[in-house]
Design a binder for this molecule. Structure first.
Ligand SMILES: Cc1cc2nc3c(=O)[nH]c(=O)nc-3n(C[C@H](O)[C@H](O)[C@H](O)COP(=O)(O)OP(=O)(O)OC[C@H]3O[C@@H](n4cnc5c(N)ncnc54)[C@H](O)[C@@H]3O)c2cc1C
Ligand SMILES: *[C@@H]1O[C@H](CO)[C@@H](O)[C@H](O)[C@H]1NC(C)=O
Length: 565
């Protein structure tokens, strides 16, 4: 029986891990090297080594109802996409509400985590920490949850670019970038096409003489706003969409997505068109990028080739002279310096993890890694579910397969990702948002059962199937059930609307109703189709109808219209 759990780090992941341990009757001891909670989301004026650092203007790219913890909705008045400082505020409220701070040892850095001599029997770990006075301390723990983050060590590929030693401008990584102050009136190149590259290029383009955005790949760009101004992720991440996406031909969904993305602006014309198709990779989330290109303040460029004195050369042979700064938004190396190297260095230099959580080689599954993955959705609810699963593995309620089986699953997950993402290291990190959450929820015993819901609570069933997969769905039943979860789901759109109600607009006198019966008919039809589709496993009588329906053109066409328009 596991009793004491070391939680390394008190960012968003560490906080929820402490909470989950307490819920399961374990005793968490959290070590945090800084003097405060929040990790990445606590903006620092000077970048701190070995820690994640963000830029001043960073706004989240996942909406509040999707990214909150499952039993603690965000305050209704919070904007749907908030500034980093407000997210930190939410974590402070969360920590206070569940009384988490008393488990945290601040200014205490974990130096090493090693298996004890009797590990194969006890599963215990030796943890060495250095406290605020520089004193080393040794502890024994029954289990370890690693929440140290992985945006800590910038990858700066300078040596790939000839001439960098003699470049007269300044090279920096997005990890060090705070704001545009130092670049006012200058000529700047931003390298990369991740979310940070997009944000930083847009911000710089408002203050510099000219900003160039250099990318090899290009990207599909999408705003935070879906139709009618609702949060994109809340309309995209639904179980119904997921079911359709798994059944429709990928070429069709990609074609429809390309059409709709190019309707916003023509990606080829704007120099952004990537080689990959929209569903191969989650698009770049940015509300302002096309507008800055339209205004000529931001200029698209191909991949960087090298440096020439004060100039920068691109792969098409063009040279931009008098460049003052180059900002590399080239990502991070995920490193865990305190863990045994044998654990973290897989065959391709990656961290081999069963379902992105457990190192398969351990004879006792008493160590879990949190949040080391890429998903098309918010990370926080994923980490919460990882923690709930990990803790139940620690306590013996859930079992893991054999080492061989776990490695097999790792490789087959990777292989299926390779179809859309050709880099093996990257492919190992990718998970499908809903399927991954459901997999873990199934293990924990908290996956919502659509058939039971349809029969017992049809109103909720509609919300769970057609509505956004908000984290509350995983608190409806099973261990850790939260009585407020049903109400939280029923009121989720109210909390979306709340921040907009700052200027009351009177209702129009009369509404055109002529098309109403037609919509009702269509909706009714779709509900019936969805009912069949949602009964995914089990029912054999319906299985037949399902197969028929799945192959029929009616379903495919309804799918294309519903999932993608
Ligand atoms: C620019 C940027 C924007 C992002 N935006 C979003 C978003 O909008 N939505 C989303 O879902 N995700 C986003 N992410 C992903 C984000 O990283 C995760 O969602 C999550 O917040 C990370 O939290 P964490 O607790 O795992 O790591 P961190 O926030 O990095 O926290 C790790 C903590 O561990 C501590 N620590 C590290 N090493 C040690 C040690 N050896 N001993 C003791 N303590 C240690 C650190 O001091 C830190 O407090 C973004 C990431 C980046 C880089
Ligand atoms: C949000 O931004 C972070 C940092 O760039 C990225 O890792 C994550 O995938 C983004 N999330 C979504 C849903 O695009």
């Amino acid at each position: 029986m596991v009793a004491r759990v070391a939680v390394i780090g008190a960012g968003s992941s560490g906080l929820v891990c402490i909470k989950v341990c307490v819920d399961e009757g374990l005793q968490p001891v959290c070590f945090e090297s800084s003097d405060d909670i929040g990790g990445l989301w606590r903006f620092k004026e000077t970048p701190e080594p070995e820690r994640a650092n963000i830029y001043r203007s960073l706004v989240v790219n996942t909406s509040k109802e999707m990214m909150c913890f499952s039993d603690y909705p965000m305050p209704p008045n919070y904007p749907n996409y908030m500034h980093n400082s407000q997210l930190l505020q939410y974590y402070r409220l969360y920590a206070e509400h569940f009384d988490l701070l008393r488990h945290i040892h601040f200014k205490t850095t974990v130096r090493s985590v090693t298996q004890r001599a009797d590990f194969s029997e006890s599963g215990q770990w030796d943890v060495v920490t250095v406290n605020r006075d520089g004193e080393e301390e040794r502890h024994v723990f029954d289990a370890v949850l690693v929440c140290s983050g992985h945006y800590t060590h910038p990858a700066l590929p300078l040596t790939d670019f000839p001439g960098y030693q003699t470049f007269s401008g300044h090279c920096l990584h997005s990890w060090e970038y705070k704001d545009a102050d130092a670049c006012r009136g200058k000529r700047v190149v931003v390298v990369g096409i991740g979310n940070s590259a997009g944000d930083i290029a847009v911000e710089l383009s408002r203050f510099t003489e000219k900003t160039f955005l250099s990318t090899r790949q290009g990207a599909w760009v999408i705003g935070r706003m879906a139709s009618n101004g609702f949060p994109l992720d809340m309309t995209a991440i639904t179980r119904f969409n997921n079911i359709l996406m798994q059944r429709l031909p990928k070429s069709l969904t990609n074609w429809a997505a390309e059409r709709s993305l190019n309707k916003q602006f023509n990606h080829r014309l704007y120099g952004l068109q990537p080689r990959h198709r929209p569903f191969d990779k989650w698009p770049l989330i940015n509300d302002d990028l096309p507008g800055r290109i339209l205004q000529g303040a931001l200029v698209m460029k191909p991949n960087l080739r090298g440096f020439r004195g004060s100039g920068v050369e691109f792969e098409d042979g063009s040279v931009e002279e008098n460049i003052d700064s180059v900002v590399f938004c080239t990502g991070y190396k995920g490193t865990f310096p305190f863990l045994p190297a044998a654990l973290t260095n897989g065959p391709n230099g990656e961290f081999t993890l069963y379902k992105r959580v457990f190192p398969p080689s351990l004879s006792k599954p008493t160590l879990a890694i949190m949040g080391l993955l890429q998903a098309r959705g918010p990370i926080m609810p994923i980490v919460e579910m990882q923690a709930r699963w990990a803790v139940r593995v620690f306590t013996g309620f859930c079992r893991l397969p054999t080492e061989e089986k776990m490695l097999e699953v790792f490789e087959s997950d990777r292989k299926s990702n390779m179809k859309s993402c050709p880099c093996p290291r990257q492919a190992a990190l990718e998970v499908d948002y809903i399927s991954y959450l459901d997999f873990m929820a199934e293990k924990v015993g908290v996956r919502p059962n659509l058939l039971t819901l349809l029969l017992t609570d049809p109103v909720l069933w509609i919300k769970v199937l057609f509505g956004p997969v908000t984290p509350y769905q995983f608190r409806l039943t099973g261990p850790g059930r939260w009585t407020g979860s049903r109400q939280a789901i029923l009121t989720q759109w109210d909390r979306v609307v709340q921040p907009f109600t700052t200027r009351a607009v009177p209702e129009p006198d009369s509404r055109p109703t002529s098309l109403y019966p037609l919509w009702l008919l269509l909706f009714g039809g779709t509900v019936v189709v969805a009912g069949f589709l949602s009964l995914q496993d089990g029912d054999q009588i319906l299985g037949q109808c399902r197969t028929l329906l799945r192959d029929s053109w009616f379903t495919k066409i309804t799918g294309a219209t519903f999932g993608l328009v």
